[in-house]
Ligand binder design. Structure first.
Ligand code: NAI
Length: 456
């Protein structure tokens, strides 16, 4: 199949490389010349494990190329639209300007019988509303994407399911389904479930899935606060309830909450769209999830203040309510999640920034996000290793659960700092190991008051 992918960001670049890897002839189109320039040279302008190799394999096999010119996509049989749909400035709604611009620019170049497939996450009703932009030259269907950054290639090649949202005309819907089946032949042959629905259902499947995940995270974080107030352990609790197959353990990781370029803006846009339709319930549910989620960041800062003021020899700070001014804080993790360098709406970056604003001397580390942080927040000091960040720190704050932080040697680190206070805002470290090495270990929603001072 000849395929174009319009928009080569976290989603589009992966989709283009993955489709080329299964034998399709793919052209990636993007309006950002810097991003495109990097991709043309076989460099991935963001961190995604395995993508660089897939990209170079596709390019050297002659099956994958990139262009800034939409006209170069003219011969494609299937066009995937993977442009950004950010939160609108000053509102909760999705900004669909990029999708509209992409469809408008594509329309004059569409070959007879071509299919246009939306992959971007959009509010329900978008495909029906925007289909006329194609001037009747092609059918517009929606095929939402569920990949996770950090696992994007595997998720694209081996998705949990494929969802096609097709239009009302039965013949056009059948043609669309046939083309999509040809694109995804390897997945279908491997038994990946395929759900063929109307476009509205397909659009809603994506936002509902994200909304459910957000609710699950905020649920466990709300429970974590009760654990913290009573000395209960939210990790054990999550293990126990997670054994119930109806609940499941995944997405019950209590801590600093969700962020990134999708979940936060998607739940806000879902609420806004539902309100436009006169349906308020989902919006109020999601607004509460959003509020709980954002509150985690503040709670982490407050917990750090409290912990610092209760440290031996911190009497002066205690008088000032845990003053952070001049305190050296090692921040481990800046990306919104591990295995990604994405800092869009990153809880970690937001906490690091707040600490710096409160006068702390933040020394931060992240295995991959530092270049993006240096560009976005030049005021933050970033160092090359986690150990460098910890030297002489008054407190260590784990804000992204990178594997390398789980594998840190607490005894070796203890020798480099007299303070030995660690706040594990992702509940990813082994408390026993850190305590045995002499650290005052605190988790978020997990024995926050430190053992011995718990509510009876
Ligand atoms: P992104 O911002 O990384 O990439 C979007 C790309 O589209 C940018 O490179 C931009 O220059 C390009 N673009 C914008 N207008 C264009 C146009 N008219 N023609 C050609 N290129 C254009 O965004 P990301 O993260 O890839 O997300 C894209 C969409 O996919 C969003 O709707 C997002 O919600 C959805 N999505 C993202 C996932 C993720 O993990 N990042 C997962 C599932 C869905």
């Amino acid at each position: 199949m000849r395929i174009s992918v319009i928009g080569c960001g976290y989603l589009g670049a992966v989709h283009a490389a993955a489709m080329a890897s299964q034998g399709h002839d793919v052209i990636g189109i993007d309006v950002d010349p810097v991003r495109l320039g990097a991709l043309r040279e076989g460099r991935v302008p963001f961190h995604e494990p395995g993508l660089e190799q897939l990209l170079s394999e596709g390019m050297s096999a002659g099956r994958l190329r990139f262009s800034t010119q939409i006209a170069d996509a003219a011969t494609a049989q299937v066009h995937f639209v993977a442009v950004n749909t950010p939160q609108r400035l000053g509102g909760d709604e999705a900004d669909l300007g990029y999708v509209e611009a992409a469809l408008r620019s594509l329309a004059p170049h569409l070959a007879r019988g071509a299919l246009v497939v939306g992959k971007s996450t959009v509010p329900v009703g978008t495909a029906r509303r925007l289909a006329p932009l194609l001037d009747g030259r092609a059918e517009l269907v929606w095929n939402p994407e569920f990949l996770r950054e950090g696992h994007a290639i595997d998720d694209t090649l081996r998705p949990d399911r494929l969802v096609y949202g097709v239009g009302d005309d039965p013949d056009a819907a059948e043609r669309a389904q046939t083309l999509l089946d040809a694109v995804y032949a390897p997945q279908l042959a491997a038994g990946v479930p395929r759900i063929v629905a109307d476009r509205e259902t397909a659009e809603l499947v994506k936002v509902s899935a994200n909304a459910f995940l957000a609710l699950k995270i905020s649920f466990i974080n709300a429970v974590a606060d009760v654990c913290a107030a009573t000395g209960a352990d939210v990790n054990l609790l999550a293990d126990a309830i997670g054994h119930d197959a109806r609940i499941g353990r995944r997405f019950l990781g209590a801590g600093l909450g969700f962020g990134g370029g999708c979940l936060p803006k998607d739940i806000r846009a879902f609420g806004a769209r539902a309100a436009e339709l006169g349906e308020e319930a989902i919006g109020s549910l999601l607004r509460e999830a959003d509020r709980i989620n954002l509150g985690r960041r503040h709670r982490a800062v407050e917990l750090l203040r409290t912990a610092l003021s209760s440290e031996p020899g911190a009497a002066a700070s205690a008088d000032q309510g845990g003053d952070l001014r001049g305190r050296r804080i090692a921040v481990l993790g800046l990306a919104f999640k591990p295995d990604s360098d994405d800092i869009r709406d990153s809880p970690a970056l937001s906490v690091a920034t707040e600490l710096a604003l409160l006068g702390a001397e933040v020394v931060a580390h992240d295995p991959h996000a530092v270049p993006k942080v240096r560009a976005a927040r030049p005021e933050l000091t970033c160092v090359d290793t986690a150990a460098d960040a910890v030297v002489g720190a008054d407190a260590v704050l784990v804000l992204t659960e990178w594997r390398e932080y789980r594998e840190l040697d607490p005894a070796a680190l203890a020798a480099t700092t007299p303070a030995r206070l660690v706040l594990d805002a992702r509940n990813c470290l082994d408390p026993a190991a850190w305590r045995a090495a002499g650290w005052d270990y605190r988790g978020l929603g997990r024995h926050e008051q430190a053992l011995g001072a718990l509510v009876a």
